[in-house]
Design a protein around this ligand. Structure first.
Ligand SMILES: [Fe+2]
Length: 429
């Protein structure tokens, strides 16, 4: 025993050798490496009671139509905004069999699942790291590295290849599931604002409780590579891990731990609310925050020329949508097509009303060009969403009138050079 205690350079739990690949312990436990980048990237090692490839001979088979909506055909997307209603699977289905694809580009996909049945298998995604957002529900995510309890408003990051299983609690469950095919999510932070905005790595919760299973039986693992689903059967429980070490790990991150950047005098653009960057996508959280005290507190009209925007509406008032969107819905705004506040919201702004708080939580995932939408998503699309801006063509406040140009010229005489109230003044001591 050393006189003092020390941290090692890598997280570790349980029984592990002094270093990967070395020492006499490896004659008694079975080391497995989980490595990215062709053994040159991030890596973890798990130490098992039994060899991890002890599958039963002759029992491995490709399963056809295992998760049909997950493979919903993708269609080109453009020129029309979509608001997707809340998905309800027609038959009892578990987290993965009931998964339905909504939007995808070459490197990232967004899916939805509303499980009502337990998983009687373990799952490994061999093509993607998963970022799950729990819109509704909770339970325990059982993983090779130990269990992670989760609830409403949690992100769960499950790295590519890691065996896991959702043990859902009683009650409704509704998750948005993002697949990242080309890399793991990276924490977003701007060089000028540092590592604690919009959250801290100390907010991540990695499993630390090993739940080692020394059990015999028939344990099914379903893996996914692209659209190929394969089932294999093992005679021992896959979570026979007595220890692990490394930094390639699943974790939980609570949306309530997002501490957003706000600005009194300018509207922070959506990208300022990014929490994770993925190859070809960035994930943002619009959360409860102080409203701007001056200037635009609504989003400006905009067209995003390189990204298709999706927002999953989790909780709140969704001020800019003018009451059109309910919790659980997803909007899809394709590249290039202008959008912005609904007329009712813009009227509130023009009338000079200003909230003190933005009371909303929305999860935005923006997909780099080209993005496509699934047939399943088109089936959820609300036919009247494009009409939600319709008052811009009927409300006299927004429609053509002969004197409009003159009005703007007149008002600009006094307002074009108007200064902020909050600025430092030359007459202030
Ligand atoms: Fe937008």
């Amino acid at each position: 025993m050393d006189k003092f205690e020390y941290f090692s350079g890598l997280p570790e739990v349980g029984i592990v050798p002094r270093a990967p690949h070395v020492g006499p312990l490896l004659q008694h436990v079975h080391e497995q490496e989980h490595g990215r980048g062709g053994f040159a990237g991030r890596v973890s090692h798990t130490y098992h009671l039994y060899p991890p490839n002890n599958w039963l001979p002759g029992e491995t088979l490709v399963v056809e139509d295992w998760a049909p909506h997950w493979e919903s055909p993708l269609r080109p997307l453009g020129g029309v905004h979509h608001a997707l209603g809340v998905a309800r699977p027609p038959e009892p289905s578990d987290v993965y069999r009931g998964m339905a694809r909504l939007v995808a580009n070459a490197t990232v996909a967004m899916n939805v699942t509303a499980p009502t049945a337990p998983m009687d298998y373990f799952f490994e995604h061999h093509s993607a790291t998963l970022v799950v957002f729990v819109h509704e529900g909770g339970g325990t995510l059982e993983t090779l590295f130990g269990p992670i309890a989760y609830g409403r408003g949690d992100f769960l990051v499950v790295p590519k290849g890691i065996p896991h299983r959702f043990e859902c609690a009683a009650g409704p469950q509704y998750y948005w599931v993002y697949e990242s095919f080309a890399g793991d999510p990276e924490k977003s932070e701007a060089p000028t604002t540092g590592q604690f905005i919009t959250h801290s790595r100390s907010d991540y919760r990695f499993p630390r409780t090993l739940d080692t299973r020394n059990e015999a039986g028939r344990f099914e693992i379903v893996s996914k590579v692209g659209s190929v689903y394969t089932r294999r059967v093992h005679p021992t429980h896959p979570f026979d891990v007595v220890g692990w070490r490394g930094d390639y790990l699943p974790y939980r991150f609570a949306v309530e731990d997002v501490r957003p950047l706000t600005a009194d005098r300018s509207h922070v653009p959506p990208s300022g609310h990014t929490v994770f960057t993925l190859p070809g996508c960035y994930l943002c959280v619009f959360t409860v925050r102080a409203a701007e005290k001056e200037g635009m507190w609504l989003p400006f009209f905009h067209r995003n020329l390189d990204y298709c925007e999706t927002i999953g509406y989790h909780w709140g008032d969704f001020f800019s949508r003018g009451g059109v969107i309910r919790e659980g819905m997803v909007t899809v705004h394709p590249v290039g097509l202008p959008h912005g506040p609904q007329p009712a919201a813009l009227q509130v702004f023009m009338d000079g009303h200003r909230p003190t708080l933005h009371r909303e939580v929305g999860i935005m995932a923006d997909f780099a060009n080209p993005a496509r939408i699934s047939e399943y998503a088109l089936g959820l699309s609300q036919p009247d969403y494009m009409q939600s801006w319709g008052a811009y063509t009927t409300d006299p406040r927004f429609t053509h009138r002969a004197g409009r140009l003159g009005e703007v010229r007149a008002v600009a005489e006094g307002l074009a050079d108007a200064r902020d109230e909050l600025r430092p003044r030359s007459d202030t001591p």
